[in-house]
Design a protein around this ligand. Structure first.
Ligand SMILES: Cc1cc2nc3c(=O)[nH]c(=O)nc-3n(C[C@H](O)[C@H](O)[C@H](O)COP(=O)(O)O)c2cc1C
Length: 224
C-alpha cells in the first residue's frame, strides 16, 4: 500500500502535527505500507481562483505544486491529512489544498483510496476538525478509517502520552489493514453515495459549462 500524507502546518515536519502524524505512519509501515509525507508549507499551494478550468478541462492552470501533489495522490492507495487547529479549523495551507480539489470532488476522484485524519491543537476542540477532514475524504470517494488528535497543553514537548501514541500507531495499522481487506464503512458509504448523487445532478445541470466533467462522468461513472 502506498500512502501519501499531507501536513498543513507552516512548521512543516518540525511541528506537533507532523510528530503525531509520524506515529500514524510508523503504524502503517509496520503493516508493510510505503509512506511519503509532503509538508504543504514549502510547496506553495495557492488558493483556488474559481476559474472553473478544472471543471472545463480537468487540470488546474495555476503553476505551483498542486498538480504534482495531486498526481502522487492519484497514484497512491491512501491519503492521510494532518493539520493543526487554526481557530477551530484546518490551517489555511491545508484548506487551500482542499479547495483546489474541487474538480476531484465533482468527479469523486479519490474513489477506492483509504484515508485518515490527524489534528493537534493548543487547547482542544480537535474533533470537529478531524470530522471535517474525514468528511472531505468521504466526498472525494475515499474511505476514512478514523482519526487521532492531541491537545498539546496536556503533552510534555512532543512526548505524546501512551494512550495517544497507541491510538496513532493503531490508526496507521488499521488504515493498511482496511485497504488489504477492502473494508467499507457504513457511516461514510452513506455520506459518499448521497454526495455522489448530488454531483451527478450537478454535472448534468452544468454539462454545457463543464465539458471535461460531463465527459468524465459519461465515461467513468455511467452518466447517461
Ligand atoms: C494561527 C494559529 C491559530 C491557532 N488556533 C488555535 C485554536 O483555535 N485552538 C487551539 O486549541 N489551538 C490553536 N492554535 C495552536 C495550535 O493548534 C497548536 O499549537 C498546534 O499543535 C500546532 O501544530 P504545529 O506545531 O504542527 O503547527 C493556533 C495556533 C496558531 C499559530
Amino acid at each position: 500500500m502506498k500512502i501519501i500524507a499531507l501536513v498543513g502546518s507552516p512548521k512543516g515536519m518540525n511541528g506537533n502535527t507532523a510528530a503525531l502524524l509520524n506515529i500514524v505512519l510508523e503504524g502503517a509501515r509496520n503493516q508493510g505500507a510505503e509512506t511519503e509525507t509532503i509538508a504543504i508549507r514549502g510547496k506553495e499551494i495557492r488558493p483556488c481562483l474559481s476559474c472553473d478550468a478544472c471543471h472545463k478541462h480537468g487540470v488546474c492552470p495555476q503553476k505551483d505544486a498542486f498538480n504534482a501533489i495531486k498526481a502522487k495522490i492519484m497514484d497512491a492507495d491512501g491519503l492521510v491529512l494532518a493539520s493543526p487547529n487554526y481557530i477551530f479549523h484546518v490551517s489555511a495551507q491545508l484548506k487551500a489544498f482542499i479547495d483546489r480539489c474541487c474538480g476531484i470532488v465533482h468527479c469523486v476522484g479519490f474513489e477506492g483510496k483509504y484515508g485518515a485524519a490527524v489534528v493537534t491543537s493548543g487547547g482542544g476542540e480537535e474533533r470537529p476538525i478531524a470530522s471535517y477532514l474525514n468528511h472531505f475524504l468521504a466526498i472525494t470517494g475515499a474511505i476514512p478509517i478514523g482519526s487521532v488528535w492531541a491537545t498539546m497543553s496536556q503533552v510534555e514537548g512532543q512526548n505524546f502520552p501512551d494512550n495517544v501514541r497507541k491510538k496513532a500507531f493503531s490508526l496507521g495499522e488499521n488504515l493498511v489493514k482496511a485497504w488489504k481487506s477492502k473494508t467499507t464503512s457504513s457511516k461514510y458509504n452513506k455520506v459518499s453515495s448521497q454526495f455522489e448523487e448530488r454531483m451527478r445532478s450537478l454535472i448534468l445541470w452544468r454539462k454545457q459549462e463543464w465539458p471535461y466533467e460531463y465527459k468524465y462522468w459519461k465515461q467513468h461513472r455511467g452518466l447517461k
